[in-house]
Write a protein that binds this ligand. Structure first.
Ligand code: GBH
Length: 492
């Protein structure tokens, strides 16, 4: 029996990773436990007005203490991997400027061992937005080149102590979102605004997002270099980065709008991926930004190129793009020099690109998954890809009956349609090696606090009890269907 033959054969390759995703600040809680240092989000959530419901991640879903219970939920789902992030401030409460917190190392050792005992592979993100507060206070975090040394030091420790068992490493989660929200719109720490954006009082240079991005790119290169020179041969893992992605359609058939698509992808995603893979910023950015963009030194370039074993793709939504370079548009999201003179909109002639959802930036457009994967495949020469996040958020509906809360039909439809579209890309030859649903549990949704729920399991925030939603049952069946044929081949 050939792998692709047979009626119930799956388009997803053998060894495909199916899992769920999470992050330390959104899940762990235990914000002062076992010597953890304060991080930028511990600080940011304390300032009134930053989080919609005034909440924070002090307790979150208490994953720090309840991980065994949560691994049981994963076991029930039948998944073979789990994407989570390590809390930097648990390992290094004061970054390089203090000692290693052995209780933190201990925690993740137990955590990883327990996971492996269940037959679930760890897929680890080194930083998912959270960074020791010390580094922000001392030198402004990502704005200083000093952060490169700190990140390298931290990554080295993680590879050294966990790399014997962790075979998948992502350096950063969505650095594009981090710099845009942290240094342009100011809605993530350290709350710097630039140009037309936000009403925060500090940070005012339109260069800041580009400086922060530059330091992140070089921090990534430093970590990859350490991994490749000191660990990879012996440990045999792979290392990549996770980007937020949007599929973008031209608003009209005009040549200008079509060109604007490429510009928009350059200023959002290829901003990071091009330097890491090709060793240079996208042409579209160089042309418009000129000297606003930092320059890579010879030394940097040597470490940068081919600095990825895989690309992690977080994909949720699609948008239309209108050109504002050749034509004059009103001010709006995207239309400024530092954003590449585009206008991003979800509707065309009053019709949305896909069904709107409870989440203001999320429209259901499953074809976008097929298209973005195919786009990345072509641009980056079919580098291995993992869908590191995909999922649907719904407004908290605690007022409804529990039956209604657990009957998340919309999430099932969303996931099944996006997975179908992913399968189509795989059939056309995209080297996709895994899919992680965001998320195992309802959790702390950044600025939205606990008002938006992304979980396959419902969390009652009063008791922290987890209850399976319809989507968990559906995902279990989906995973079983797409892995069963392979185990039967293996045993044949
Ligand atoms: C992911 O972010 C996060 O990795 C995860 O922690 C989060 O819980 C999950 O999705 C659900 O939100 O601001 O210009 O980048 C995705 C967050 C926010 C990314 C909105 C795209 C819109 C455009 N998304 N953002 S921009």
């Amino acid at each position: 029996i050939s792998e692709k033959g047979g009626l119930n054969s799956s388009p997803f390759p053998r060894n495909f990773l199916f899992g769920t995703a999470s992050s330390s600040y959104q899940f762990e809680g235990a914000f002062l436990t076992d010597g953890k240092g304060l991080n930028n989000w511990d600080n940011f959530t304390r300032k009134p007005g930053n989080i919609l419901d005034g909440s924070n991640g002090d307790i979150a879903v208490d994953h720090y203490h309840r991980y065994l219970e949560d691994f049981d939920l994963m076991n029930y789902l039948g998944v073979n991997s789990y994407r989570f992030s390590i809390s930097w401030a648990r390992i290094l409460p004061k970054g390089r400027f203090g000692a290693v917190n052995w209780a933190g190392i201990d925690h993740y050792n137990k955590f990883i061992n327990a996971l492996l005992l269940k037959g679930i592979q760890p897929f680890v993100t080194l930083t998912h937005y959270d960074i020791p507060l010390e580094l922000e206070d001392r030198y402004g975090a990502w704005l200083s080149p000093k952060v490169q040394e700190d990140f390298e030091y931290y990554a080295d420790i993680c590879f050294k102590y966990f790399g014997d068992r962790v075979k998948y490493w992502a350096t950063f989660n969505e650095p594009n979102v981090l710099v845009i929200r942290g240094y342009r719109s100011g809605i993530y720490p350290p709350s710097h605004c630039s140009g037309l954006f936000g009403n925060c009082t500090h940070g005012n240079s339109e260069r800041e997002p580009f400086i922060a991005a530059h330091n992140i790119i070089l921090s990534h290169a430093a970590a990859v270099t350490i991994y490749r020179t000191k660990y990879q041969k012996e440990q045999g893992g792979s290392i990549g980065i996770v980007m937020n992605t949007m599929w973008l359609e031209p608003l009209s058939n005009s040549l200008e709008d079509k060109l604007a698509i490429e510009r928009a992808q350059a200023f959002y995603m290829n901003w990071f991926l091009d330097p890491i893979v090709f060793g240079k910023y996208p042409t579209e950015m160089l042309e418009i930004l000129g000297s606003t963009l930092p320059v890579f030194l010879k030394y940097d370039l040597a470490r940068l190129k081919n600095g990825l074993d895989f690309i992690g793709i977080n994909h949720y939504s699609s948008f239309f793009i209108k050109d504002c370079f050749f034509s004059v548009c009103k001010p709006g999201p995207g239309n400024s020099r530092t954003e590449g003179f585009i206008l991003r909109t979800a509707e065309k002639n009053g019709i949305f690109i896909g069904e709107p959802t409870d989440v203001e930036w999320l429209y259901v457009y499953p074809q976008g998954m097929n298209k973005i994967v195919t786009y990345i495949k072509e641009r980056f020469h079919n580098i291995p890809m993992y869908i590191t996040e995909n999922g649907l958020g719904e407004k908290d509906n605690s007022n409804s009956s529990i039956d209604v809360q657990l009957n998340d039909v919309k999430r099932v439809k969303y996931m099944s349609s996006y997975l179908d579209a992913l399968a189509a890309a795989v059939r056309k030859g995209a080297d996709v090696r895994g899919y992680f649903a965001w998320s195992l549990l309802d959790n702390f949704e950044w600025n939205d606090g606990y008002t938006i729920r992304f979980g396959l399991h419902h969390v009652d925030y009063a008791t922290l009890n987890r209850t399976r939603k319809l989507s968990a049952t559906w995902y279990k069946q989906f995973v079983a269907k797409h892995t069963a044929s392979k185990s039967s081949i293996a045993s044949a």
